[in-house]
Design a protein around this ligand. Structure first.
Ligand SMILES: [Zn+2]
Length: 89
């Protein structure tokens, strides 16, 4: 009986996870997925998709520090939000 319950939970949990990712991508918050290339908002330098996270929030939610001018940005290329990302919604 418990195994049948888990079978019903798997698609529900999957839908919730997909929904959070889709909403996060549309609203450009920390939970979204950015597949577009990002440029530094200060010096326009293109940033590598293979980044080295400097802060823990960058490792978890994405974000860059520009190697040319040191500008911190989130995964969407916005300045100053990498250290305090918004919540899931
Ligand atoms: Zn820069």
């Amino acid at each position: 009986m418990a195994g049948i319950t888990w079978l019903f939970l798997i698609p529900i949990v999957s839908l919730v996870v997909i929904g959070v990712l889709v909403v996060g991508t549309l609203r450009k918050n920390g939970w979204g997925i950015n597949l577009n290339p990002v440029r530094c908002p200060s010096c326009e330098a293109p940033l590598s998709a293979r980044r080295q996270p400097v802060f823990r929030s960058q490792a978890l939610l994405g974000g860059w520090v520009c190697p040319h001018c040191g500008t911190k940005m989130d995964k969407w290329g916005r300045v100053g939000t990498s250290e305090s990302p918004s919540g899931p919604l």
